[in-house]
Design a protein around this ligand. Structure first.
Ligand code: 3PG
Length: 388
């Protein structure tokens, strides 16, 4: 699958009123932004618009899931201040969709209006009062959602991808094209298998190796008949895990589960024990991959031509169980000849927690669910209007 996008050129935006949809859904704690990565990632598009003399920019974003209600803690006011600080240009905050006087205006959380989710004509009418002449979609992380501010605006405005969306699509597309997938290694972790089944099924057909860690690997262990003690697993997906093994076998894709694991009686316990995978004690739960598994995964990754990683391989919230993820992260960062792509909220959390610079990877995606859906080959509703 080849995704070819339209190009945002100076001619498209010069002297125009631009409505831009970004994903500034950043973590906020006690009224402060904890991590501004997603805002930083969209800055090049703002700089492009300003350099190319747009008349006005109206910024739309969501923050959290207020579900059509006004939730004070989820106001985008704080995002307007951060954007202003980062751009060094005044950003005027608007409580609704009225037009103010500044060149850059950020509007209140679009998810405060139920009509955004429903893509209602009434809400689109409100958005039309902004007087937009061009719609720039730069919210890759939410491109898998059908919302008025994502899929409704292109019904009445010419739509173009922002520079971030273009960068994401360019970086992720090679993972969708069969010819470029030889030597591909997937590292997949995280707690829940459910959201990752389609992407695992997809790569079971194309990857050379798949390394599975995190709690999701437990369901695969169960499918192979291993004892996993009291570990979390998803009973309803054991058959799916077996099917993924079958698909992988048919396509000569090697699925690797950790050969040893770090266990404890519960996640609060600092008394940890390492077991070979076939010897996990019945009274224990698995919380990380073990030292032999770190070597096993890293040796496999060393020969990769491209690596895609989504989801920590251990419970990184607890220092006793972060070693596996830290080691895999370092190992991927050290691969000089492979194309390395990371994505997903928890993966980024690990990256920042362990102080590894994004510049050590070919691409760090801002998308979580959107990245997975893109990689499984779905047409994302937010991307479709941007196709060339
Ligand atoms: C994300 O954080 O992954 C995106 O902003 C999408 O958020 P949503 O799952 O609430 O639509």
């Amino acid at each position: 699958m080849c995704v070819k996008l339209k190009k945002l050129t100076p001619e498209v935006v010069r002297d125009k009123i631009v409505v831009i949809r970004v994903d500034f859904n950043v973590p906020v704690k006690s009224g402060s932004i904890v991590d501004n990565t997603r805002i930083m990632a969209a800055l090049p598009t703002f700089q492009f618009l300003l350099e190319n003399k747009v008349k006005r920019i109206h910024v739309l974003t969501h923050l959290g899931r207020p579900n059509g209600q006004v939730v004070d803690d989820l106001s985008t006011n704080i995002l307007a201040s951060e954007l202003e600080r980062l751009l060094g240009e005044t950003v005027e905050f608007q409580k609704d969709f009225t037009v103010g006087s500044e060149r850059i205006q950020m509007h209140e959380n679009v998810r405060f209006w139920a009509g955004n989710k429903d893509n209602s004509p009434e809400f689109l009418k409100k958005l039309s009062h902004l007087g937009g002449e061009v719609f720039v979609m730069d919210a890759f992380a939410v491109a898998h959602r059908e919302e008025a501010s994502i899929t409704g605006l292109p019904s009445f405005l010419p739509a173009y991808p922002g520079l971030l969306v273009t960068k994401e699509v360019d970086a992720l597309s090679p993972f969708m094209i069969e010819e470029t997938m030889s030597g591909l290694c997937i590292v997949m972790g995280g707690a829940k298998l459910k959201t990752k089944i389609p992407v695992l099924t997809h790569f079971a057909q194309f990857a050379e190796h798949m390394f599975l860690g995190g709690a999701l690997a437990n369901t695969f262990r169960m499918a192979q008949g291993y004892e996993i003690g009291k570990s979390f697993y998803e009973e309803e997906y054991i058959d799916t895990a077996r099917e993924i093994f079958d698909i992988a076998k048919e396509h000569n894709t090697h699925i690797h589960l950790p050969i040893d694991v770090v266990c404890a009686e519960d996640e609060e316990s600092s008394q940890v024990e390492v077991f070979d995978v076939e010897k996990v004690s019945q009274s224990m739960s698995i919380f990380d991959i073990g030292p032999k598994a770190i070597r096993q995964f890293c040796e496999g990754l060393r020969n990769a031509r491209s690596i895609l990683w989504n989801g920590p391989v251990g419970m990184i919230e607890k220092p006793a169980f972060e070693e596996g993820t830290r080691a895999i992260l370092t190992c991927i960062a050290e691969q000089k000849s492979a194309k390395t792509v990371l994505g997903g909220g928890d993966t980024l959390k690990a990256l920042h927690a362990f102080g590894v610079s994004e510049s050590r990877f070919s691409h760090v995606s801002t998308g979580g669910g959107a990245m997975l859906e893109f990689l499984e080959g779905k047409d994302l509703p937010g991307i479709t209007p941007l196709l060339a």
